[in-house]
Design a protein around this ligand. Structure first.
Ligand SMILES: Cc1cc2nc3c(=O)[nH]c(=O)nc-3n(C[C@H](O)[C@H](O)[C@H](O)COP(=O)(O)OP(=O)(O)OC[C@H]3O[C@@H](n4cnc5c(N)ncnc54)[C@H](O)[C@@H]3O)c2cc1C
Length: 469
């Protein structure tokens, strides 16, 4: 009988368990928290108090791993919003025309997402969870991991396993555990722009339409000033979440007045005006210290029977909104490797290499922007420079009103296409030609969204949303 142990019962851990259950007789998830039976916050998931968007690439991977899960999420109140057709968006270089693209977001609280995923995963009889149990180390040697050490209620014991998957998140102890087995220290790449998130939940005002679009103001890099942005997003149960974010030197404040003022100063007061009509539904919470961080386990002689997935392998600045989608795509890669080759020698290294490849795409997206933020601290060479910043700005400006350009950009950002799509002659030619329509004013951009209803008053006729070629 084969047995896998998954360390951590967050999103990556649950999805890895689902992937493993197709090929392994028994899967045990070890989680230090007691997992809630309803969509509720928990101690081990502090980021759950902040907005979490799931990109199209993640939605599709999730649905392949757990058929029907996104329908269950929508039935429980999750929203689907086209990018940028379903949300008022301001990119780094201006307000975007309401163009249809292939990209979309799934929006719901992190608690609901984890709850619906967990319920479906744990329906599988081969998967069990040990809650309130902390992983303290690995068992085995530098060639093969044969189990884990766990601690529950003060008692220590060992769990044997043919495969151990670490999904304990950004603060994983896997690098130390591997050193304890005799492996070298894993290389860790860090690009730290000093990002801080400050968020609050609101009850939407009476009369808010179910198709309320939300507002997304992206941060701008390469200006010499800190990057700052905001996202007001519709969630389940008539709630909104507002997340404000800023890089080093431009962090959002956490007091009531400063919070509202920071929102008001984001190019247009629309977000501040909207939350002034809503009722706060919780405290203002901050999340600090969120660098781009990847651990290069694929460069180690990873022992047989061990691999690392999710934030434990790579955790990024969340303004790019890719962490959960990457976790889903990596779990799918794990399942594919199991389907194709099974638990044979070399399995761990193959999967770790596949995970590194998926991580690389999201890493590039994040670092390309973050390296252009001021006072960035990094232990890897940063490319960027004036030319790269100019090109990025031109892409962003052209994308505001060009369907082909913005479709490509959002397909890459939502992890549905590789970055090389932004290198094709057609894309580069469109960017060289630059914007073909005048930039939208904030009022024109807002007027594209009658779904705001009476909550937003603007004095502008909507401009044509027809896209130039
Ligand atoms: C402020 C913020 C906003 C974000 N917004 C987005 C977004 O919009 N879109 C997006 O895709 N991603 C977003 N992310 C990233 C996203 O939260 C992560 O990518 C995702 O949670 C990774 O899942 P994971 O399962 O790898 O790790 P986690 O969700 O951190 O889960 C790790 C689990 O391991 C458990 N654990 C840890 N140590 C042990 C141990 N020793 N023993 C037993 N159990 C243990 C923890 O309790 C936890 O349950 C955001 C992150 C932050 C910080």
């Amino acid at each position: 009988m084969s047995r896998a142990v998954v360390l951590g019962g967050g999103l990556a851990g649950m999805l890895a368990a689902a992937a493993l259950a197709r090929a392994v007789d028994e899967v045990t998830v070890v989680e230090r928290d007691q997992l809630p039976t309803e969509p509720q916050p928990r101690k081990g998931l502090p980021q759950g108090h902040h907005s979490h968007i799931l990109m199209r690439g993640g939605v599709e991977a999730l649905d392949q791993l757990l058929p029907g899960v996104t329908d269950r999420l929508y039935a429980a109140g999750a929203k689907r919003r086209g990018l940028p057709s379903g949300a008022l968006a301001r990119g780094p270089e201006g307000w975007m025309e309401r163009l249809d693209t292939d990209a979309y977001l799934l929006l719901c609280s992190r608690e609901l997402l984890d709850h619906v995923v967990r319920e479906q995963v744990l329906r599988e009889e081969r998967i069990g969870v040990r809650e309130g149990t902390r992983v303290t180390g690995l068992v085995g040697d530098a060639d093969r991991v044969t189990g884990v050490r766990i601690e529950q209620g003060g008692a220590e014991r060992t769990l044997d396993a043919d495969l151990v998957v670490d999904a304990t998140g950004r603060a994983t102890s896997a690098p130390k555990w591997l050193v304890d087995l005799g492996l070298p220290q894993v290389r860790e790449d860090v690009v730290d722009a000093g990002i801080v998130y400050v968020s609050r939940w609101f009850t939407a005002p009476p009369g808010t339409r179910d198709d309320f679009p939300g507002v997304m103001i992206q941060m701008q890099a390469g200006t010499g000033r800190p990057g700052q942005g905001a996202g007001l997003l519709p969630m389940e149960n008539g709630r909104w979440i507002l997340s404000l974010f800023g890089s080093r030197g431009g962090e959002p404040p956490t007091d009531e007045e400063g919070f509202a003022q920071f929102a008001r100063e984001r190019h247009h007061p629309i977000i501040a005006d909207l939350i002034a009509q809503a009722r706060p539904a919780g405290p203002i919470r901050a999340y600090r210290s969120i660098p781009d961080q990847r651990r290069r386990f694929e460069k180690l002689p990873v022992p047989e029977g061990f691999l690392v997935i999710g934030d434990a392998a790579q955790a990024l600045n969340p303004v790019h909104g890719t962490g959960m989608s990457v976790a889903a795509q990596c779990a799918l890669a794990l399942r594919t490797e199991l389907d194709v080759r099974g638990l044979r020698p070399g399995f761990s290294r193959n999967v770790q290499a596949a995970i590194a490849k998926i991580n690389q795409g999201a890493w590039q997206i994040a670092v390309n922007t973050d390296q252009g933020l001021p006072h960035v601290r990094a232990n890897v060479p940063l490319r960027g420079g004036a030319f790269a910043n100019k090109m990025a700005a031109r892409v962003a400006r052209t994308g505001c009103g060009n369907r082909m350009v913005i479709n490509t950009v959002f397909n890459v950002a939502s992890l549905c296409a590789p970055m090389t799509r932004m290198m094709t002659p057609a894309f580069l030619w469109a960017v060289l030609r630059g914007p073909r329509t005048p930039a939208l004013t904030a009022e024109q951009a807002i007027a594209q969204f009658p779904e705001f209803g009476d909550l937003v008053k603007v004095d502008a006729a909507p401009r044509s949303t027809a896209s130039p070629a």
